[in-house]
Design a protein around this ligand. Structure first.
Ligand SMILES: Nc1ncnc2c1ncn2[C@@H]1O[C@H](COP(=O)(O)OP(=O)(O)OP(=O)(O)O)[C@@H](O)[C@H]1O
Length: 559
């Protein structure tokens, strides 16, 4: 039997919760038993207290009343315990699933991230995981009791009148066929709804992240229009999904009513022919109602699973994507970079149809500072990304101390490089935490020392809590030059032998640029440096300037 996709996707995270789910399943079976007992006190009261039998009617009545209360209380308590266990287990499964998904996204290749919008990813991590959990909860809480109830009532019905039972059951295959078709429709509608919701989340994140641009260009109306288009698209597909789902309810009810009508007609004829008493026909009809309730519950479950399945596909796409830059099985620690770095006939393109680099050669000796110059878009930043193995080369190879990058473990490789990107990539954390990001083992003293070297001290003293001041999303509370200095401090706190600097003085005024250049001189002393810049003052600190397409421009004395 094929498991529903939502269960397969939740599987690994659900395994540890199996005992809890099994306990909850036990409770719901117990609940079915208690529910089946519930009419008996009434029967006891009717037959032994109200029918004029010689028993002690008041005592029987009191007992029946107490039994009714006890059974109802037991059902309530079982509901409460079952709900707590199932919902608790579902939340734990969800947390596990989100953690695994997040971990996977952190190691996905940047090509994958380039295609996937962050809002879309958040939508999958939150809403889609929630829908998958709905599927897990529905299976745990409704499949078992409905199945148990179905078997129990079927047994009673067949024992009582097999002929009428078969007539009543005749509509079930019709319902099953319709349920399968409906399930497909619901799933398709839900898939559309989830896709549009993901798009809306992507657009919203993009607009929120760029709220400054929106306001600065007076484009709030335009942004609202873009959002509105996506929002209406979500509304449209959600309404369609609701419509598909709602249409199912009368269909199921009508089919089941036809079953009851058939039994009424055939059973009525049996009564008229004297083959059955009226009371017996009423009993069969009552059983039939009890039978249809779990049938309806199971078809409802199929609809919930269809919704969960649409979300499970989107969760699985994240979990099972194999686009990761992975370590080779025999990968070893990266060498210490005592000889240098070498690009050998490197070819690369972000997209296959648009190569950025072709047959690129460059050697950087250990301890050397090399400046990369060249027109915008020629691939200078790309070279730094390839060196960090954020992307893998398409052709040729990159060697550090003669060892191919791809033969090294990524963790050790990244420890060899301190990267100061063009956009400083600051986190919503304090100044100190942002600096410490450059070295997992950094001490407070080390962070402060790096801050001093990168001239962070100059402005940190004026912040409300100094180095402990939160910087806001993306470091929004700092100026461009201050952000760059924090990024440089990250490089300074790192013990990496090679520093990669991408346009560290871009768009700074001469005074700030001068400060940043000073900070670079201090933080990169005695290290190998690969520097991308258009700034001639900064280029002057290099031992060698290389222009792209490759040509050695000048050899200068270092610093
Ligand atoms: N993530 C990406 N996906 C697709 N194309 C990209 C991506 N990043 C860069 N490119 C393209 O690759 C080319 C090289 O980009 P790169 O950033 O390396 O240029 P650059 O020389 O550093 O430019 P600049 O001096 O303007 O910073 C450009 O044409 C750019 O459009």
């Amino acid at each position: 039997m094929k498991l529903p996709l939502s269960l397969t996707v939740a599987g690994p995270a659900a395994r540890v919760q199996l005992p809890a789910l099994a306990a909850a399943a036990g409770l719901v079976v117990l609940r079915v038993g208690v529910v089946l007992l519930r009419p008996w006190p009434l029967a006891l009261a009717v037959d032994h207290a109200l029918s004029g039998t010689p028993d002690n009617p008041p005592a029987v009545l009191v007992f029946a009343a107490l039994a009714t209360v006890v059974l109802s209380a037991a059902i309530g308590l079982l509901d409460m315990a079952g709900l707590r266990i199932v919902e608790g287990a579902a939340e734990r499964i969800g947390a596990g699933l989100r953690a695994t998904m997040f971990q996977q996204t952190m190691t996905r290749s940047l090509r994958w991230h380039d295609r996937m919008r962050s809002g879309e990813l958040v939508s999958r991590l939150t809403t889609d995981v929630g829908r998958v959990l709905d599927g897990v909860v529905a299976v745990s809480t409704s499949f078992l009791p409905d199945a148990v109830m179905l078997v129990a009532v079927l047994g009673l019905l067949f024992a009582f009148d097999p002929g009428l039972a078969l007539i009543g059951l005749a509509v079930v295959p019709v319902l099953a066929v319709l349920a399968v078709r409906q399930r497909r429709l619901i799933r398709a509608a839900q898939q559309d709804a989830r896709t549009e919701s993901g798009r809306l989340a992507g657009t919203t994140t993009d607009l929120l992240r760029n709220v400054r641009a929106v306001q600065a260009f007076g484009r709030a109306d335009r942004a609202a229009a873009v959002f509105g288009t996506r929002n209406r698209a979500v509304l449209g597909v959600e309404l369609r999904a609701i419509d598909v789902d709602a249409r199912w309810t009368p269909v199921a009810d009508i089919v089941l009513a036809v079953g009851t009508a058939l039994v009424l007609v055939v059973g009525g004829r049996h009564v008229l022919a004297g083959l059955l008493t009226t009371g017996q026909l009423l009993v069969v009809l009552a059983y039939l109602r009890d039978l249809y309730s779990p049938v309806r519950g199971l078809t409802r479950l199929s609809a919930v699973l269809a919704k969960a399945g649409a979300s499970a596909t989107r969760v699985r796409d994240v979990l099972e994507c194999d686009e990761a830059v992975t370590d080779r099985p025999d990968a070893r620690p990266a060498p210490a970079i005592r000889q240098g770095v070498r690009f050998e006939r490197v070819g690369f393109g972000y997209e296959a149809a648009h190569p950025v680099l072709r047959d690129f050669d460059l050697t950087v000796a250990a301890g050397e500072t090399v400046c990369l110059l060249g027109p915008s878009g020629i691939g200078k930043s790309t070279l730094l990304h390839l060196l960090l193995r954020l992307y893998d080369v398409d052709a040729g190879r990159i060697l550090i101390d003669g060892v191919d990058l791809r033969d090294c473990t990524q963790r050790s490789l990244r420890e060899r490089f301190a990267f100061v990107p063009q956009d400083p990539w600051l986190l919503d954390a304090t100044v100190a935490e942002n600096i410490a990001f450059g070295n997992a083992e950094a001490t407070r003293a080390g962070v402060l020392l790096a801050g001093r070297a990168a001239l962070v001290d100059e402005f940190a003293g004026r912040l409300p809590d100094g180095y402990d001041t939160p910087l806001g999303e993306g470091g929004v509370r700092l100026s461009g030059g201050q952000r760059r200095r924090v990024a440089l401090a990250r490089a300074a706190v790192s013990t990496a032998p090679v520093v990669l600097l991408d346009e560290p003085t871009a768009s700074l005024d001469p005074a700030s640029a001068h400060t940043v250049i000073e900070a670079i001189r201090t933080t990169t002393a005695d290290r190998t440096v690969l520097l991308v810049t258009h700034d001639h003052d900064l280029a002057a600190i290099a031992d060698r300037v290389v222009t792209l397409p490759t040509r050695v421009l000048q050899v200068t004395g270092r610093r």
